[in-house]
Write a protein that binds this ligand. Structure first.
Ligand code: ATP
Ligand code: MG
Length: 651
């Protein structure tokens, strides 16, 4: 199927009362850029302040003096903004709906009153363990309400949390505990996911062998499974919560105090400890959550990400709770007990906004639309995607089968570093184009630079490196313990600009298309090509489930196109199919994009958040198997050996 992607997709009917109307967008955007102090000064009042700010924006991207401060003299507490201020009006409204892994177990509705009590008690447990303002606390928990309690409890006492995804290995956990200098780690006994259990407590025990013996361990007894126990180090947190006071006064924090550290997913190299601020981050998460999903009072919001990723921080916990929303937290996986689980959960809880990743959409698409059709999805109003460029094939499937053509799709481009959405459509205001993240959010100034000269590409119909010309409140403030790395990674390459690491195209309508990481751009006989485009063409073929494309040294062309292709279930690889795919890409994009080598790949190396690690694929394509770099964040390291073996067998 070839999909027409150049045209705009009209806003479906029923969005006449959207928070941002078509005319508003241009006006609000223009104001946010021409008068940031006025615009953000007003928006800053979304938060409750203990002492209001007198200064709004104090930022500088100039070479050698990069500095980012927002609302710098304001004093507030993030947990008050997510809990206490909602109590007068929403004590009995569900703050969190918890849907457990096992669909036969009952869901839990945690009201704002209950959330308040749990967080206060949890905070008092942390205090009792000697955790103080500014101390780091590592959270290694599955998708259970206690993860949110732990985050907000840290925020309440001014401790800095750092969540480590529960799927990570003991090694990855130990590295993050040590890098952040954490005093305490919070984990659970075991974690069920897709009907299988991960032994989190034993992983933590293994990790702590490599950490200072002063690190304490709080254990949430979630499943009740037997675990080892070290007296004096391990604490049963739920039992302790019963013994401490249900009141913990919030610690007044400066706007610029760190709220959390989060290590990036690591698809390009050693994970960086991204530091986010209290006020700027919270405000930006709240505002984007409201506008981008057109969130209205009473809506049930579901972001399927894990709290271990920034998406879970901003759009499961901080954004929704700052807005007094009801946020759904799902412990399970999309394909268990069957491929209809997402849709069953949407139906069961009457989900209004649904936010997921292209990789999940593609996986479910491969299972066939009948899994979607079984469920009543009439409550859905807005759909979202995040994590990588969505191929138009998957976009159209999402729109047709999940949204039934009546739900706008917001394709949200952003990063761990940006704290919240940066380029995205708005449900009632910006018409989508399948595969494009569309237009910048308020206050965001994207620029397209020529990759080698750094020259600003003016006007529309241009392509290059995506940078941001000025600060926004949700911007990261530093790399934990390595401010030099912060400056080098983001501000050195293109002086005066924040460098995103992504390539993009701005089309004739001023819409942005993310073409993938700059590192992933291939130069074939002088033609620069984003890998996303070739991959998108390959997966549009009916026999292809997934594809990853990288460049490799080619004697004539400079770089050749190397494609790793995963076939649909039941399809056998053959030389005919290989020839067919080459022809297919030629016709879809052009002769220049024809893959030089196609390697059949039963699986692709992915991060735990489902992103393809092209860095590793590049090494394999170059026959450089010795220097694969940090693979600690891989979901399944076994895939790599398999790919290396297939690669060697080609010769
Ligand atoms: P690391 O920085 O450690 O290599 P990472 O970049 O994968 O890891 P994230 O911050 O989770 O870590 O991902 C941000 C990146 O994901 C963006 O820079 C972009 O490449 C990609 N991305 C996210 N959302 C979109 C989107 N809607 N469209 C296209 N690409 C996206
Ligand atoms: Mg990144």
């Amino acid at each position: 199927m070839t999909i027409e992607t150049s045209g705009k997709h009209p806003i479906p009917p029923g969005f006449g009362d959207a928070l941002v109307q078509p005319g508003d967008y241009a006006r609000m955007y223009a104001e946010s850029i021409s008068d940031p102090d006025g615009f953000w000064g007003r928006e800053g009042r979304r938060l409750d302040w203990i002492h209001p700010y007198s200064r709004v924006k104090n930022t500088d991207f100039a070479m050698g003096q990069v500095s980012v401060k927002w609302f710098e003299d304001g004093i507030l507490n993030a947990s008050v903004n997510c809990i206490d201020r909602h109590l007068p009006g929403r004590a009995n409204q569900a703050a969190i709906i918890f849907e457990p892994d096992d669909p036969d177990q009952p869901a839990r509705h945690i009201t704002y009153a209950e959330l308040s009590e749990k967080v206060n008690r949890f905070a008092n447990v942390l205090l009792s363990q000697g955790v103080m303002r500014g101390d780091r606390v590592v959270i290694y928990l599955p998708m259970i309400p206690e993860a949110a309690y732990a985050m907000l409890a840290c925020a309440r006492i001014g401790a800095i949390h750092s969540i480590v995804f529960a799927g990570f290995s003991p090694d990855a956990l130990a590295n993050r505990i040590n890098d952040s200098g954490a005093k305490l780690v919070i984990t659970a006994d075991t974690a069920p996911r897709g009907g299988r259990k991960t032994a989190l407590k034993s992983n933590t025990d293994a990790a702590l062998l490599h950490c200072s013996d002063r690190v304490r361990c709080l254990v949430v007894r979630h499943t009740g499974d037997q675990t080892s126990w070290i007296d004096g180090r391990d604490v049963d947190v739920l039992a302790m919560m019963e013994q401490v006071s249900p009141d913990c006064p919030p610690r007044p924090m400066n706007a610029e105090d760190p709220l959390f550290i989060l290590y990036t997913s690591g698809s390009t190299g050693k994970p960086k400890g991204v530091v986010h601020s209290t006020a700027g981050y919270l405000l930006y998460a709240a505002m984007t959550h409201q506008y981008v999903f057109d969130y209205k009072d009473g809506d049930i919001f579901w972001c399927t990400a894990d709290v271990g990723w920034v998406t879970g921080h901003s759009y499961i916990v901080y954004g929704p709770l700052a807005n007094g929303a009801t946020t759904l937290m799902f412990e399970g996986v999309p394909t268990w007990p069957d491929a209809g689980r997402f849709w069953a959960v949407c139906e069961k809880h009457g989900v209004n906004q649904f936010y997921t990743a292209p990789t999940a959409i593609r996986a479910l698409m491969g299972q066939g639309p009948e899994w979607v059709e079984k469920h009543d999805l009439s409550s859905l109003r807005v759909l979202g995607t995040v994590g990588e460029p969505i191929n138009p094939e998957a976009w159209v499937w999402y729109d047709r089968h999940v949204g039934k053509g009546r739900c706008p799709i917001v394709d949200t481009w952003w990063q761990t570093e940006t704290g919240g959405h940066m380029i995205t459509s708005l449900p009632g205001a910006i018409e989508a184009k399948p595969g494009s993240a569309t237009l910048p959010f308020f206050g965001v100034r994207p620029v397209v630079l020529d990759a080698s000269s750094g020259a600003v590409q003016e006007g529309d119909g241009v392509e290059g490196v995506l940078c941001i010309a000025d600060s926004w409140p949700g911007q990261m403030r530093t790399v934990w313990g390595d401010h030099q790395r912060f400056m080098e990674t983001y501000f050195q390459q293109y002086p005066g600009y924040y460098f995103t690491g992504d390539g993009c195209r701005r089309d004739e309508d001023g819409y942005y298309w993310i073409t993938g990481r700059v590192d992933d751009v291939i130069n074939v006989s002088g033609h620069r090509m984003g890998t996303a485009e070739v991959e998108s063409a390959l997966v549009a073929h009916e026999k292809v489930a997934e594809a990853a494309v990288v460049g490799y040294p080619h004697p004539l062309k400079g770089q050749g196109i190397y494609a790793y292709v995963t076939l649909m279930n039941g399809v056998e690889p053959s030389d005919e199919l290989r020839a067919d795919l080459e022809k297919w890409v030629r016709t879809e994009i052009g002769p220049i994009a024809k893959p030089d080598l196609i390697q059949w790949a039963p699986g692709l190396p992915k991060t735990r958040s489902g992103k393809i690690m092209r860095r590793i694929l590049r090494k394999i394509a170059e026959d450089d198997f010795g220097a694969l770099g940090d693979i600690s964040t891989l979901a399944d390291p076994g895939v790599v050996d398999q790919l290396i073996e297939n690669r060697m067998n080609r010769h």
